[in-house]
Design a protein around this ligand. Sequence first.
Ligand code: FES
Ligand code: FE2
Length: 409
Amino acid sequence: MSKSEHGEVSTPRLSVRAQREIWKPYRDAALGLRNYWYPVCFAADLADGRPKPLQVMGERLLLRRVGERICALEDRCAHRRVSLSHRERVGAGRMECHTEDTITCWYHGFTYSFLSGKLVSNISWPTCPLVGELSIKTYEVRQAQGLVFVWMGDEEPGPLEHDVPPGFLDADLVIAGRVRVVPANWRWGVENGFDSTHVYLHRNSVLFNESRTFIPLALVPKNLSGAGANLITDGGRMGISEDLATAYDPVFAAEVGEPGGERVQLAVNPRTDEGFVPSVPEISIWLPGMLGVRNFPVAGLTVYEHYVPLDERSHYYFQLLGKRCATPREADDFREEVRSKWESFLMDGFNGDDVIAREAMEEAYTRGGGWLEETLTAQDLCIYEWRNLVSRHARGIARAPVPGAGEKV
Ligand code: FES
Ligand code: FE2
């Protein structure tokens, strides 16, 4: 890489302008990547048998448990295209489920099967000839690791293991965590999570007192040309892995301005504070946008984060922790540890700073001139790698809807 006159980075082969051209698919992917499995909720959220309305990639969905099966239905009536959950979402009544596997539209009574999407009855015209003929869209669903995954695509679903990090579906890996909505585009979720440079933001996090670890003030890629980038094409799975311990130089203190000026350092002093161990994990990112952070917040645990597009302005932020457990007792203890400790120190405290950063990026890339005026430097290697990965290898992209053209593009 070399620095342009504006301080931006370009590879020896590509100008900044060419780089931006290469990233056009990524810039267009406001609603995410098509033809992937996405986690949309936890299976436990559907235990009561009531339909759960969700928006994924701008599409309205209804998820519901019917017996052992979890079904996903388009949340739009075929008649006038209103959302079947609309009245409930505005607090005007509950969704009308007269049987355990149907939903009836609140407007004129069209009734659909959750299993097939078919119109099984039209209450306002009992002899309607469209009964049995008309249907709304159903989505393929898989359950794994306590999560419900939905296939968001136009092609036939591929294997789920291609769309999650390696080992994520292993039988001895126990996953615990939660999901929240963050008011920022999904790309700011990924770019925040996979950004090796933002250790600065976290330098004095409350997490480190609890985990008895510390992270450097900064991490600088040893090889600024990006030659160490580790693109993994593992069957149908694609991702990038960065070993922060070996491929980066840590910085523990810096001076601002002239030598002898203001000194910036960590709250933990790694030389004098007893019992704190450095945490420099291996981070990886996988299409369609799932982060893995091994040995974080402590050795033996892995952070998994999935950034699922809700619409152009927000994403579901799955905050998950994984641990390999040999017995059910160990698994229960781990779930309790997540609830009692990591939810507050990691998911609220540490990741609370990430959420603020993503909200700021949303503002920056919608009103602050972001795409055209950003200045990426050599330290932003991870961002280059991720944007290249999506632009070159994503199965499909989902653009923002064209105003006036309806929801679908
Ligand atoms: Fe649903 Fe008419 S809009 S039945
Ligand atoms: Fe972070």
